[in-house]
Design a protein around this ligand. Structure first.
Ligand SMILES: Cc1cc2nc3c(=O)[nH]c(=O)nc-3n(C[C@H](O)[C@H](O)[C@H](O)COP(=O)(O)OP(=O)(O)OC[C@H]3O[C@@H](n4cnc5c(N)ncnc54)[C@H](O)[C@@H]3O)c2cc1C
Length: 406
């Protein structure tokens, strides 16, 4: 816990959430649950969700009007760190991506009819959702180039296209789809976000993509999806036509805090495992592993990096609360690539300290090694954030980039 950003709410909530996770969720972590299909674990986690509700810990991210705790982004970030100490934390508390982003988006920008139909069951955890933007045939880093179209026909949109990495599409009730509605407009005003119920004719999950040997299912999957003459009412549009990228940016500001604090929670749990092993692994020569200087360096560097990342992310969250995401764009870029890197470094060091044991599925480390490599790619690849940050810094020194010069 970072006392600098602690509030009465976090002092109350964090110990209660931690003790719930340690008692109810950590015991579910084993080789079967970490390598098998997520739907098997979900059967148990869905029961645990009932306990979360009974304890009054449900919907932590929501406003008081939506039945939540009215946490600031900075407070919720601290909750997200604790939930991330187990791969099953966010799902059990219904704070998991992409649902949390869709809940925020729909809550802020969708019509009352959409909220009634989709938001309330999402908040209650009765349905799940997905976000369908990236396409295999176009560079996701420059998403203004997109093949999926939504063409008006009468009072319907007709959607055609192919998406992939639509996380959690398997079993989701609906997708928020990015599609080009206004091809003649300026590049950033061509696309819109439209709700497509997954039982609509023409919506097809082609496959759950296998990632590093694991395709899983249910919430823990990444689908390739085709949209073939999918017809939905015009009223399924979120906000207005051409607002797709503005909404995507809006979603990413708070979303990056959620992800970064999740990565810090993962790093913290790996750090704990690394220290336990270093302190107890007898090397057979009268020394413990933690007496080796290189292991001490890894522990010291990890401690400093996790602490630095946490302070950076919470400072950014606090600034978003106070000034809005667009005012702190540079800080959002900084935390995205910095937190992803320190998490992956800590996971790797923790594996090294455990030796062969570190790559077995008896421990959490190999699960995170597989599943978190994507952190440097999604939500803006590292290089995109580094370039954006450097361009903004250099603009202060009078450098105009080629892009701006035209
Ligand atoms: C685990 C995971 C979950 C995801 N979930 C979703 C989801 O739910 N919904 C969804 O729509 N998408 C999702 N995505 C997709 C993600 O948003 C894209 O992968 C991301 O935008 C990058 O696009 P791309 O894969 O097409 O890579 P490309 O755009 O082809 O980029 C490839 C590489 O090029 C380099 N690069 C790119 N731009 C620059 C630059 N300006 N300067 C220097 N180097 C550069 C980077 O190293 C980058 O990794 C997910 C991805 C992952 C890995």
């Amino acid at each position: 816990m970072e006392e600098l950003f602690a509030t009465d709410k976090t002092r109350d909530l964090l110990p209660r959430i931690t003790s719930f996770l340690v008692k109810e969720i950590y015991p579910l972590e084993n080789a079967d649950s970490l390598t098998g299909k997520f739907s098997k674990v979900a059967e148990i986690l869905d029961q645990k969700r009932g306990l979360v509700k009974k304890l009054g810990l449900w919907g932590l991210q929501h406003t008081k009007e939506e039945g939540g705790h009215g946490l600031t982004l900075c407070e919720f970030g601290q909750v997200s760190e604790v939930l991330a100490t187990t791969p099953f934390g966010h799902y059990t508390f219904n704070c998991q991506a992409p649902d949390i982003g869709n809940m925020e988006l729909i809550g802020k920008y969708a019509s009352q009819a959409i909220k009634d139909e989709y938001l309330h069951p999402l908040i209650e955890g009765k349905i799940r959702s997905c976000f369908s933007m990236t396409e295999p045939d176009y560079a996701g880093s420059n998403p203004v180039n997109m093949g999926t179209t939504a063409v008006r026909e009468g009072d319907e949109y007709v959607i055609n296209g192919r998406k992939w990495f639509t996380s959690s599409a398997d079993g989701a009730a609906f997708a928020v789809v990015m599609a080009v509605t206004n091809p003649g407009a300026a590049p950033h005003k061509r696309a819109s976000q439209i709700i497509v119920p997954t039982n609509t004719k023409g919506f097809k999950i082609e496959r759950n993509i296998s990632i590093m040997g694991d395709s899983s299912d249910h919430w823990a999957s990444h689908a390739e999806v085709t949209y073939t003459d999918v017809r939905v009412p015009l009223s399924n549009l979120i906000a207005a036509e051409g607002m797709g990228f503005i909404l995507a940016q809006e979603r990413l500001g708070p979303g990056r805090i959620h992800h970064c604090m999740r990565w810090i929670g993962i790093a913290e749990r790996c750090f704990d495992l690394m220290c336990k092993r270093a302190a107890t692994r007898d090397m057979g020569d009268g020394t413990m592993l933690g007496e080796k200087q290189i292991v001490q360096f890894w522990i010291a560097e990890s401690r400093a990096e996790i602490d630095a990342a946490r302070l950076m992310v919470l400072r950014t969250a606090d600034n978003i609360d106070k000034f809005g995401a667009s005012a702190v764009r540079n800080q959002i870029s900084e935390i995205k690539f910095f937190s992803a890197k320190i998490m992956l470094d800590v996971i790797d060091r923790a594996i090294q300290v455990h030796g062969a044991y570190g790559i077995t599925d008896d421990l959490l480390l190999s699960f995170w090694y597989r599943h978190e490599r994507g952190a440097r790619i999604y939500d803006g690849a590292d290089e995109v954030h580094k370039s954006a940050l450097a361009r903004s810094i250099l603009a202060g020194y009078g450098l105009e980039t080629k892009k701006k010069r035209g």
